[in-house]
Design a protein around this ligand. Structure first.
Ligand SMILES: Nc1ncnc2c1ncn2[C@@H]1O[C@H](COP(=O)(O)OP(=O)(O)O)[C@@H](O)[C@H]1O
Ligand SMILES: [Mg+2]
Length: 395
């Protein structure tokens, strides 16, 4: 985690980019790179495949288009940005805010202040990475609601989009098939890892994980024998979760829907719980009951829960307003119905993002991944933003 933060400085004025690069070179934790835009593209991140950690965007006369292009990207596909503009025109500032700007400088740039801002952003990123090491549990309100599909694809999207070390764990020890969604069948899995729990560390745990090309690592439920209730030792499971949380940025756990020692131990460690449900009255009733159990028995706050309404259809008689009225205060994510792509995922093990990154079902999971890894909150951090608002008010 002590790697330098990559800062991309982009714009159309070579001298300006060089001057900024020169001061950033002196910062210990920053590795600056410049990108001189000289063609007709207005998207500041056009053609960039490996996202920098931060962006310094020096706006040109096309500032409106440049900022609009940046805003059009999903939160996960744009880095925190600092804007350099010709003037503090309220319109520019408003668009900059919409693009998620963390600070705003007018020319001539106060380079010392720019260094201070980037230093602060590096510190925040470090703290953020540490606090982001969380556990998202995915559980269904009713069998077949889509928990496993969501868990597998969430973890896959997180590994690709957020460039994080992601572990995906199948805790459905009797019937789990999570590995199939990523075409992985590791020889060893959860039960073997539990047996070795006391000797596990960040290196030893790799022997129990299957690695997917996207980077996501899967601990599967292997089926050498039937796992009976009571066969899993809570202390060992706790230890396994400790090692997973200490070795990965985020752990996604697919849970079966019983309240037993396994689900209880995992839910007690969960920072977020995704409840998969579909639009029917029985799902709604069961989701309501499950959410009550999560909050009353496990002390999980409504803000930590997300209801994933799977196989969503706008014309379903059970409307989203029915769900939000019944389960007030819990965030809702809509995951559309997509029979063809889901079949390909289940039968061939090709994750949705690999099939089509732009499909509505994939985009819904990208959005859910953003929500869970807390990037939304990061981009909305106050401080620098309130300074901008202050400037607008005084303009
Ligand atoms: N969004 C979707 N669109 C189409 N079919 C889906 C969708 N989500 C799930 N399915 C179907 O439902 C089945 C059950 O999903 P699964 O993730 O195994 O549910 P759970 O883990 O909640 O029991 C899948 O195999 C798939 O055929
Ligand atoms: Mg399942």
């Amino acid at each position: 985690m002590s790697k330098k933060s990559e800062v991309l400085i982009t714009g159309r004025d070579k001298e300006e980019l060089r001057a900024i690069e020169a001061v950033l070179r002196a910062m210990a934790m920053v590795s600056p790179k410049i990108r001189l835009v000289s063609n007709g593209h207005v998207d500041p991140l056009y053609g960039i495949h490996s996202m920098p950690d931060m962006l310094v965007l020096c706006l040109s006369a096309n500032w409106r288009e440049e900022l609009q292009e940046l805003s059009a990207r999903s939160l996960a596909s744009r880095p925190p940005v600092v804007i350099v503009a010709q003037s503090g025109d309220p319109q520019v500032m408003r668009l900059a805010m919409q693009a998620g700007a963390r600070d705003f400088f007018t020319r001539p740039i106060n380079l010392q202040e720019l260094v201070a801002t980037l230093g602060q952003m590096v510190d925040e990123k470090k703290a953020d990475v540490q606090s982001k090491s969380g556990l998202s549990a995915v559980i269904n309100a009713k069998g077949g609601a889509g928990a496993t599909l969501i868990a597998a694809n969430l973890a896959h999207v997180m590994a690709i989009k957020a460039d994080q070390r992601i572990a995906l764990v199948d805790m459905d020890l009797q019937f789990g098939t999570l590995g199939m969604y990523l075409d992985l069948q590791p020889e060893r899995g959860v039960m073997d890892a539990l047996e070795a729990a006391n000797e596990l560390d960040a290196v030893a745990i790799k022997a129990y994980m299957g690695k997917h090309a996207s980077g996501v690592e899967v601990m599967a439920a292997t089926h050498t024998h039937v796992v009976l209730p009571g066969e899993v030792d809570a202390g060992r499971l706790d230890r396994l979760l400790d090692v997973l949380l200490g070795s990965y940025d985020h752990v996604v756990v697919d849970l079966p829907r019983h309240i037993d020692i396994v689900t209880t131990t995992v839910l007690e460690r969960a920072s977020k719980v995704v409840i998969a449900m579909q639009q029917s009255f029985t799902h709604l009733r069961d989701a309501n009951r499950l959410c009550s159990i999560l909050s009353d028995e496990f002390g999980i706050a409504h803000q930590q829960m997300v209801l994933a309404v799977n196989r969503y259809e706008a014309n379903n008689p059970v409307a989203i307003s029915d769900i939000s009225n019944r389960l007030a205060g819990i965030g809702i994510a809509l995951v559309p119905n997509d029979y063809k792509r889901v079949c390909e995922n289940v039968n061939l093990g090709i994750p949705l993002y690999e099939q089509s990154s732009k499909a509505p079902i994939t985009q819904a999971l990208v959005k859910l991944a953003d929500q869970l890894s807390g990037q939304e909150q990061v981009c909305k951090k106050p401080g620098l933003m309130s300074r901008m608002l202050e400037t607008i008010k005084n303009a």
